[in-house]
Design a protein around this ligand. Structure first.
Ligand SMILES: O=C(O)[C@@H](O)C(=O)CO
Ligand code: MG
Length: 259
């Protein structure tokens, strides 16, 4: 049976961040994920998780000035020190929250930048981060993201993600496979998942078009979720969508999977 993690950067947007924890637990989620916990103290986040009987499935390492349009810094040559500090902060929180994995957002290609240079920076940053996260018992992930929602994003296909994993050469670096992004960029969702299964540590779901809840678009999540089960995926399924019907009211799709 698939187990679901509520992505609090998308769900329960009408509530304050820490109030979203109880709402997710009440709706039957077993774990949480979000862009980052850094605006709250790690102690407060850990206490709120525990008080609501939730696990921390994942969060992103610090990803630059998100509010002002940055989408990660991991490929940017002039941000290497900041990336490294971010890894250390992410590991502090991961330890406090008993979080088994963190996701790296690669970054936007700056105007006129040399792609080979960006790739080298990303690979070196990931080598550095994969070593530190491995020492802490935390998996490191990278996520291909579709170019329609984030034009100019450096990493947008699983082929590219695989090449990066090969270049980094660490057994602690994995792919975060977001079915929504991959439907837009590649399609062929389950055959690709099957091929990359051993390199994928986390999956996320949303329907297309619209990035709304499963059942609102063209992706057959009934099939996908049963395939994930059949193929032995036992990680969390991250619900990273914009609820069309309100978060709790729009959870009808999840009913067959609740005990
Ligand atoms: O798919 C996404 O948007 C996310 O998983 C994310 O963390 C950053 O954009
Ligand atoms: Mg995602």
């Amino acid at each position: 049976m698939p187990k679901f993690s509520a992505n609090l950067s998308f769900l329960y947007q009408d509530l304050a961040f820490l109030d979203r924890f109880a709402a997710a637990a009440n709706d039957g989620f077993g774990a949480l994920e979000y862009l980052g916990p850094y605006a709250e103290s790690k102690e407060k986040v850990a206490d709120t998780l525990q008080a609501n009987g939730l696990k921390q499935a994942l969060f992103n390492v610090p990803s630059g000035d998100w509010a002002n349009g940055e989408r990660g810094i991991a490929c940017l040559p002039d941000r290497i020190e900041e990336f490294r500090r971010g890894i250390s902060l992410a590991l502090d929180y991961a330890k406090a929250l008993a979080c088994p994995q963190v996701n790296v957002i690669s970054g936007l290609v700056p105007k006129g930048a040399d792609l080979e240079t960006l790739e080298k920076v990303l690979v070196e940053n990931l080598k550095y981060a994969a070593e530190r996260t491995a020492d802490a018992g935390v998996k490191l992930l990278i996520e291909p993201i579709n170019l329609r929602d984030i034009p100019g994003f450096f990493l947008s296909t699983t082929d590219h993600a695989e090449r990066i994993l090969d270049k980094v050469g660490s057994d602690n670096l994995y792919i975060q496979y977001d079915f929504y992004h991959m439907q837009i960029m590649q399609g062929d969702l389950i055959p690709t998942f099957m091929r990359l299964k051993d390199r994928i540590a986390h999956v996320q779901i949303a329907d297309n078009p619209g990035r709304n809840e499963p059942g609102t678009g063209e992706i057959n999540y009934g099939f996908i979720l049963s395939e994930l089960d059949r193929l032995g995926y036992d990680g969390w399924v991250g619900c990273e969508y914009k609820p069309k019907a309100g978060t709790s009211d729009g959870l009808g799709w999840m009913k067959p999977y609740r005990k």
